[in-house]
Design a protein around this ligand. Structure first.
Ligand SMILES: [Zn+2]
Ligand SMILES: [Zn+2]
Length: 119
């Protein structure tokens, strides 16, 4: 991921000004560019954001969206997990049922032929 400014004509999402020498931050969601001072990111925080790839920054608009999306995603994840568990249980039950059916079929065959079947 590159946080360096690609074009000098990028405008700040807050003040809409093009500034060369100021420090900038890119929102990782909307790709918008913002002066670090326009989004109240202090110099030391800015340094950390630049140095740590695991440190993510989102603009305030995306932050609001994320604040709403993340709980939904977490709930969705839980539901998917629940469905997965149920499918796994159903598959397990099916295997047991199929096993029973095979056994019943073998029993019938044994009774009909009067001798044991060998696999
Ligand atoms: Zn600005
Ligand atoms: Zn954004």
């Amino acid at each position: 991921m590159s946080r360096s400014r690609s074009e000098s004509k990028d405008k700040c999402g807050v003040c809409s000004k093009v500034t060369g020498s100021d420090t900038w931050l890119a929102c990782e969601l909307c790709d918008g560019w913002f002066h670090s001072k326009c989004v109240n990111v202090k110099d030391d925080a800015y340094k950390i954001l630049q140095e740590l790839e695991t440190c993510h920054w989102y603009c305030s608009q995306c932050n609001v969206k994320l604040g709403k999306i993340i709980p939904t995603m977490v709930k969705l994840h839980d539901r998917i997990q629940d469905v997965d568990n149920r499918v796994a249980k159903m598959e397990n039950d099916m295997t047991v049922h199929i096993g029973n059916v095979i056994k019943i079929k073998q029993d019938i065959t044994e009774k009909m032929t009067g001798r044991k079947q060998h696999d």
